[in-house]
Write a protein that binds this ligand. Structure first.
Ligand code: FES
Length: 228
């Protein structure tokens, strides 16, 4: 998206350009000043920045425009032209919600383009692939924490404090997993939580669906059963 903005500025575009951006707060808003500068060079630009959890130092109408998530409610209020070209980049849930919302809004499907936030080549094969090795307990001394059960793999292991996330534990056990960002953004690691509860560090940008968890940034709060 940033590259597109640079290209528009380099070509002295006179097009209407509307830049919509959602972040948790200013500390998680990369390239904010660069973007602002580029938009300032486009004579027909509009911008709407949404912060879902602004920090006290984030200034309304200066650093951001809307308190809340970037969603269809925001887009409908902007009354964007239905014959515009829409480029969406973000987590899969965010993109599918907006794509469906824009289609209901009257935007033709061939005018909606999406790009997943994350780096494709890092994606691992996922739970459908065959494990390279039979899942096993991790090397080293056993953990003393809650029991983590990987249901599909038929493996029960104790959580250990040396792991930063359930994803790290699964990898140490050769349980097949999929992931991309490893920071709670892309949802590629979203998996069914059959039983138990987890806590998040960091908090994901968008919560996992009911009954699911993001294994890349979660730890067990008591015994858990995971659909892996
Ligand atoms: S790997 Fe991206 S949210 Fe977990």
């Amino acid at each position: 998206m940033l590259a597109m903005l640079h290209a528009l500025v380099a070509g002295a575009s006179k097009r209407d350009v509307c830049w919509l951006y959602g972040a948790r707060n200013g500390s998680e808003h990369p390239f904010a000043s660069e973007t602002r500068q580029l938009l300032g060079a486009l004579p027909r630009h509009h911008s709407q920045i949404c912060y879902s959890a602004p920090d006290p130092e984030d200034r309304l109408h200066i650093d951001f425009d809307v308190r809340g998530h970037l969603d269809m409610r925001v887009i409908e209020q902007l009354n964007l032209p239905r014959d515009g070209d829409f480029y969406i980049c973000g987590p899969t849930g965010f993109m599918s919600d907006l794509s469906a919302g824009l289609a209901s809004f009257g935007v033709a499907k061939d005018r909606i383009r999406t790009e997943i936030f994350g780096t494709g080549p890092l994606m691992t094969p996922g739970i459908a692939a065959s494990p390279r090795q039979t899942p096993h307990v991790p090397a080293g001394p056993p953990g003393s924490g809650p029991m983590v059960s990987f249901a599909r793999s038929g493996l029960n292991v104790r959580w250990g404090s040396s792991f930063k996330s359930l994803l790290e534990l699964a990898e140490a056990c050769d349980v097949p997993v999929r992931w991309s960002c490893r920071t709670g953004v892309c949802h590629n690691c979203e998996t069914g939580l059959v039983a138990g509860n987890v806590s998040y560090q960091p908090e994901p940008i968008d919560a996992a669906a009911d009954g699911n968890l993001l294994i890349c940034c979660s730890r067990p709060e008591g015994n858990v059963v995971i659909d892996l």
